[in-house]
Write a protein that binds this ligand. Structure first.
Ligand SMILES: NC(=O)c1ccc[n+]([C@@H]2O[C@H](COP(=O)([O-])OP(=O)(O)OC[C@H]3O[C@@H](n4cnc5c(N)ncnc54)[C@H](O)[C@@H]3O)[C@@H](O)[C@H]2O)c1
Ligand SMILES: O=P(O)(O)OC[C@H](O)CO
Length: 333
């Protein structure tokens, strides 16, 4: 039986543990807080993140990372992106020599501008063939209801991607493989930033033309960054690109979209942060995505506009006016 450690009991870690258990894997969830871990282990429920989901009874939970990781074929990492480096430094000595690390995270590290798989390779001291990325239109709240969804399982070694594809394939969750890890990770990280922008437009009372423009031009700038970093353009037309962008920008379940909507309605950053209990990765990653773009000489005006609102306190109306006033140009350049 395939053994999986899921490191993180937030909404996606918990929903993904359910997928793995439904697919026939032996699953141990690791969490920091004893009360929450006890509730999962004893009552098969995660009251803080997915209170309506009854988890499969086969899922065990522990606060001990060594217990979770012992004998794991896959270590599935699902903590906020900016905490990955510190967490993984503690877990790395506990990994088996063959354990494959799987990133569910959609962020870019602040300061280094690294993708999560790069952080994993660096901190765990493993090659790219031992790192898998899962990215796609996967709102945890829908998946917890076992609604049909698809995703991308990416690894530079296709055989490893296929092994994890099998491990997480259920009647309601359909994983596709891809060897373009860079494209899949950028799709996941940048869509959070575009989700913030579309949320802002929503909160400002703007309509579907504006939102479609932000989505489409957002995808254009994501693709531009991806091509500069060696990604395959086709990935951005797939589930980890357009698919995730559409889900995030359309759904009130998206934390990034909701965060942007609150800002667009006129809430201050402090009020918006106070109203957000879960991880909205784009809030921090908008800065690291912009950093990555600048390091590579790529123009990302929508990402820049989001940074201006979220971190420089500029009013949404003024930033939008600035975006519209940019000099006219051909669509494909
Ligand atoms: N929720 C979704 O729908 C969804 C879907 C796909 C991908 N993701 C991605 O999955 C990743 C995890 O997101 P989530 O939705 O589970 O977030 P979440 O906010 O629901 O949960 C985060 C978890 O990490 C824990 N945590 C917070 N700080 C920590 C720290 N310093 N060390 C260890 N643990 C810490 C929290 O206690 C919580 O258990 C993110 O990168 C997100 O973009 C989320
Ligand atoms: O709630 P969000 O905005 O983090 O989005 C969740 C998933 O990434 C959607 O695929």
């Amino acid at each position: 039986m395939t053994r999986c450690a899921v490191m993180g009991t937030g909404s996606w870690g918990t929903a993904f543990a359910m997928i793995l258990a439904d697919a026939g894997c032996e699953v141990v969830l690791w969490g920091r807080r004893k009360e929450l871990v006890d509730a999962i282990d004893r009552d098969h429920v995660n009251p803080d993140y997915l209170p309506d989901l009854r988890l499969p009874e086969s899922i065990r939970a522990t606060t001990d990372p060594a217990e979770a990781l012992a004998g794991a074929d896959f270590a599935v990492l699902s903590v906020p992106s900016q905490t990955l480096r510190d967490n993984l430094a503690r877990w790395a000595p506990l990994l088996g020599p063959q354990t494959v690390l799987v990133s569910l995270m959609k962020g870019i590290e602040l300061g280094t501008a690294k993708r999560m798989s790069e952080v994993v390779q660096e901190v765990a001291g493993v090659g790219p063939e031992r790192v898998v990325v899962v990215s796609g239109p996967n709102l945890a709240g829908e998946i917890a209801n076992r609604q049909p969804a698809a995703t991308v399982v990416a690894c530079t070694d296709e055989a490893v991607a296929k092994r994890f594809q099998t491990a997480c394939h259920t009647p309601y969750f359909r994983p596709y493989t891809n060897t373009d890890v860079i494209g899949c990770e950028l799709g996941g990280a940048v869509k959070n930033v575009i989700g913030l922008a579309v949320g802002m437009a929503n909160g400002m009372g703007l309509g579907d033309n504006t939102k479609a423009t932000l989505i489409t031009r957002g995808l254009a700038e994501t693709t531009r960054l991806g091509l500069a970093l060696g990604a395959d353009a086709h990935t951005f037309a797939g589930l980890a690109g357009m698919g995730d962008l559409v889900a995030t920008c359309s759904s009130p379940l998206s934390r990034n979209n909701t965060f942007g909507t609150n800002l667009g309605r006129g809430m201050t950053l402090a009020e918006t942060i106070a109203a957000t209990s879960q991880t909205a990765e784009g809030v921090k990653s908008c800065e690291s995505v912009l950093d990555l773009a600048r390091r590579n000489g790529v123009d990302m005006p929508i990402v820049e506009a989001v940074v201006d609102v979220v971190h420089n306190g500029r009013p949404t109306q003024e930033v939008l006016k600035g975006l519209m006033a940019r000099s006219a140009k051909p669509e494909r350049r």
